[in-house]
Design a protein around this ligand. Structure first.
Ligand code: FPP
Length: 248
């Protein structure tokens, strides 16, 4: 008989000395998950939030330092208005309901993307949650909201050119390290592990600069089915990889 390891057994397999410091996730497949169940797509997003809660909690428990979730891309505005509105509503609801639990778990919250273009009521909820969590020292949870990586890179170029014109830095000073400080992720380490659910093999304009050397884990599992056990499997898979960063 094949033994399916329990969550506890899986957790014990994790090597604490080789943990990914930063995990980034493209949470995909909510719509398909709902459609398979003959439900509206929003039902899938709602269940997706349960996985967000679970994965955030698990990340903190394991000792992951940074978790970045692709929650809403610049391209997602193209979706039907009711779906966009529902996603905004769910985001507000998540921030309102989860903040105490996040606080208990010592999580801080950051955002990347053109968040100033989100509805004001969403921005207010975002600020409120961020303020409550600002002194925590555990997991840094980053939500990518109205995020697009090409836009991020163009924004960074703009800021760098501004500083060059102001004489704050010289063109000669611009290198991979100094340029990366102009990205929204300013002081984060690059993701060690990028997870994408639902089997699509693409990066969809997500952290293009930062994932240059990330290990990629793609699973067929749709996001609403991506539970803690598979998250740990992804981390164990990462721990088997031999990272060479272009060397040998
Ligand atoms: C992809 O599924 C998922 C999204 C576009 C949004 C992800 C949002 C959530 C999990 C809920 C809100 C998040 C937070 C952090 C509160 P899809 O709709 O593209 O699915 P499909 O590819 O099957 O159509």
């Amino acid at each position: 008989m094949i033994h399916t390891p329990s969550l506890q057994e899986l957790r014990e397999k994790i090597n604490p000395h080789n943990l990914p410091v930063h995990i980034a996730i493209i949470m995909d497949g909510n719509g398909r998950w709902a459609e398979k169940k003959h439900r509206l797509r929003v039902y899938g997003h709602r269940e997706g939030i349960n996985r967000v809660r679970e994965i955030v909690r698990c990340s903190g428990n394991i000792g992951i330092k940074y978790l970045t979730l692709y929650a809403f891309s610049i391209e997602n505005w193209k979706r039907p208005r009711p779906e966009v509105n529902a996603l905004m509503r769910l985001l507000k609801e998540f921030l309102r309901k989860e903040v105490d639990e996040l606080n208990k778990n010592n999580v801080t919250l950051r955002y990347i993307g053109h968040t100033h273009k989100l509805p004001e009521s969403v921005q207010n909820e975002m600020k409120r949650a961020q303020e409550i969590l600002k002194n925590n020292t555990g997991l840094v949870l980053t939500l990518a909201l109205n995020y697009g990586s090409r836009t991020e890179i163009i924004d960074a170029v703009g800021e760098a050119v501004k500083d060059i014109n102001l004489g704050k830095i010289s063109l000669q000073d611009l290198n991979e390290d100094t340029f990366s400080k102009y990205l929204y992720t300013i002081d984060y380490p690059d993701p060690d592990l990028l997870i994408r659910t639902s089997g699509e093999i693409r990066v969809s304009n997500f952290m293009l600069w930062q994932i240059a050397y990330s290990e990629i884990y793609i699973t067929q599992t749709l996001w609403p089915d991506f539970k803690e056990n598979e998250y740990i499997e992804a981390i164990l898979d990462y721990q088997k990889r031999h990272r060479r960063f272009g060397g040998i």
